[in-house]
Design a protein around this ligand. Structure first.
Ligand code: GCB
Length: 604
């Protein structure tokens, strides 16, 4: 496929690239399908505690900051930095685990990478970042390419006009300082890993390309003889009259569409129900799909399934399913640090498979794209979330715009993945009218982007007398699935578990999005001795027995697969800056509770 595309690109007519540096370019769908050149590898870096490479001594942004990558021209020239003499670190990575001086660092680091290029007039070059945490400015050859905020979603710039023949330089200023109005906000229970944490690449795209496309199986009555695939797409230019073709060789399905004045197409493809094999955890079937715009082709591998709710049930392909899940942070399986490879994803997801899971909650922000794709290949359903966590600045319009953008990009990246069934818009947020307005707005907006999946968020139950736990959240009316976190046995006495009653007054499926407790691997003792594996094991036994009594329980995602780094977990000798609620230790060792959950899932 890639070869085909290259040939096509070279043969394309020589129209000048109309790139608009600094303007945000909508995220390109399925970036893997294009010919690209990786910029991963060694990048020089400069730690800039006071941002002297960006602001002058009166705190005004400078015109000749570090981004111009100056070099002395005359002996007397004063230049107080030198990227080429600065150390290097591997990208993608977080700086915290790459340089021990930066373990706790929150602030600005500059990165520089040089590469060779040949400017091309017959196609465009996008500079793509899988994620950078948190605030980042990008320059190419000293000229601004763009600014991005938000640590877990991809973004791209059209840098065609900034490239020159020979050596080119990209400089990135990354700042991971926390602020109250950011998303996430100032406090959160995970490590604030800074840096260019996911892949960086130069992507070659035709002058006209499919910015985004969507191919989804539509819901149908159980005995329908013909199934419908809803297709829509948008090209980068707003131009009528371009041909878009969808071809699924295995189904012998081919259909053409013509763009409207907005550069959009939409329509339905029909296929005999008996020919179509649906994606499900047991048989995660995906079809090769070829999408052609004019002469340029993009290949994808797409699974078809439906997801809906009926009363308290979740239906996958029309049949009830119990979601045997586990929550996961986007951390490497052995030790801390941001996970960013297929291998990392495979190891984490294999542990989930071993537990008997058919579902994972990717908490509390979008994980790297390979995590979702590998889960799709392995037949694991996904809950994907944005970091609207705890005490967000609900009344700040910029905060809302930021959350909305992260939601947009999460959905834009993954909406053709059959395994993603739930978009989660928040976690454990304090109730208020302002919060409802903010989250209600996000929920409604998410449905305009994708009305085929379920919307949820992790809520909280409020305790009442006589061991009654009541779910009472105005956001109920906006979600399809009511999910809540509960910590009986950890933040509350484990002996209360058998006495608990649950009042969930909504006719919707219920997911327990978190439960669990901490244990240090290898620490053994009595079951009432906190931090022992036996304490955690007992907590899991009591909780699973308790959850079996919740009417309409449609799934669980206990907290959490693996111990993960958190600055809030400071107990020496036990936590040492790790949240120890993992069923697997930070080094990959399985704790006793792992086997309790595995056994429970065998009964589901
Ligand atoms: C929660 C949060 C999660 C924390 C967990 C804990 O409710 O959603 O991010 O890590 O509790 O360990 O307390």
């Amino acid at each position: 496929m890639k070869k085909l595309l290259t040939t096509m690109l070279l043969a394309a007519s020589g129209v000048l690239a109309a790139s608009a540096a600094n303007e945000p370019l909508p995220l390109i769908q399925n970036v893997q399908a294009y010919e690209s050149c990786s910029l991963n590898g060694d990048w020089n870096y400069i730690v800039d505690v006071q941002e002297e490479g960006y602001y002058d001594y009166r705190m005004n942004p400078m015109r000749n900051g570090f981004f111009i990558n100056a070099k002395p021209q005359k002996p007397e020239d004063l230049i107080e930095y030198d990227f080429d003499k600065s150390p290097t670190m591997k990208i993608p990575s977080d700086w915290n685990t790459q340089d021990e001086k930066l373990f706790f660092y929150e602030g600005t680091v500059w990165f520089k990478k040089s590469f060779q290029a040949v400017p091309m007039t017959e196609c465009r070059t996008l500079l793509y970042f899988g994620a950078v945490n948190y605030d980042c400015h990008v320059w190419v050859n000293g000229k601004k390419a763009g600014h991005h905020v938000g640590g877990f979603t991809p973004f791209n710039y059209d840098i065609s006009d900034l490239l020159k023949k020979g050596e080119n330089t990209v400089i990135v200023k990354v700042d991971n300082k926390r602020h109250a109005e950011d998303v996430p906000t100032q406090i959160f229970d995970w490590w604030n890993y800074g840096g260019i944490t996911r892949d960086v690449k130069l992507v070659k795209v035709p002058m006209n390309y499919l910015e985004n496309y969507d191919l989804q199986l539509m819901k149908a009555a159980g005995k329908a003889k013909v199934r419908e695939l809803a297709f829509s797409a948008k090209m980068n230019a707003k131009e009528a009259g371009h041909q878009v073709e969808v071809y699924i060789p295995e189904l012998k399905l081919k259909q053409q569409f013509t763009t409207d004045a907005e550069g959009k197409v939409s329509g339905i493809l029909k296929v005999a129900a008996k020919k179509l094999q649906l994606w499900c955890p047991e048989t995660p079937k995906r079809y090769d799909v070829q999408l052609t715009l004019d002469a340029g082709m993009v290949a994808d591998s797409i699974g078809f399934r439906t997801i809906e709710t009926r009363g308290k049930q979740i239906l996958l392909n029309g049949k009830p399913i119990f979601l045997k899940g586990i929550s996961i942070h986007n951390e490497k399986p052995n030790g801390g640090g941001r996970a960013n490879s297929v291998e990392d994803a495979h190891t984490l997801l294999s542990w989930a498979k071993e537990l008997g899971c058919n579902f994972v909650r990717l908490a509390h922000y979008p994980h790297h794209e390979e995590m979702v794709r590998e889960a799709e290949r392995m037949g694991i359903l996904v809950w994907s979330e944005i970091p609207v966590y705890w005490t967000i600045a609900w009344t700040n319009p910029n905060t809302f715009a930021n959350a909305k953008q992260q939601l947009t990009d999460m959905i834009a990246r993954d909406h053709n993945r059959a395994n993603v069934i739930i978009w989660s818009i928040a976690n454990e947020t304090p109730h208020s009218a302002e919060r409802d307005k903010f989250l209600g707005g996000l929920a409604k907006y998410a449905r305009t982007l994708d009305n085929t999946r379920l919307i949820s968020m992790a809520m909280e139950v409020t305790g009442a007398s006589n061991y009654v736990n009541r779910l009472n959240d105005n956001m109920n009316e906006y979600v399809d699935v009511v999910s809540f976190n509960q910590y009986i046995g950890w933040y509350r006495d484990v002996n209360d578990a058998p006495k608990m009653k649950w009042v969930i007054p909504y006719d919707k499926p219920v997911i327990i999005s978190e439960f669990g407790g901490g244990a240090r691997y290898g620490y053994h003792g009595a079951k009432n001795q906190r931090w022992t594996e036996e304490f955690q094991e007992n907590l899991y036994k009591e909780n699973t027995a308790m959850l079996d009594k919740i009417e309409g329980l449609a799934g669980t995602t206990p907290w959490i697969l693996k111990d993960f780094r958190s600055p809030r977990r400071v107990l020496p000798g036990v936590q040492d800056y790790y949240n120890r609620k993992g069923l697997v230790s930070d080094k990959g060792e399985k704790k006793l509770a792992f086997y309790v959950l595995k056994k429970w899932y065998e009964t589901k």
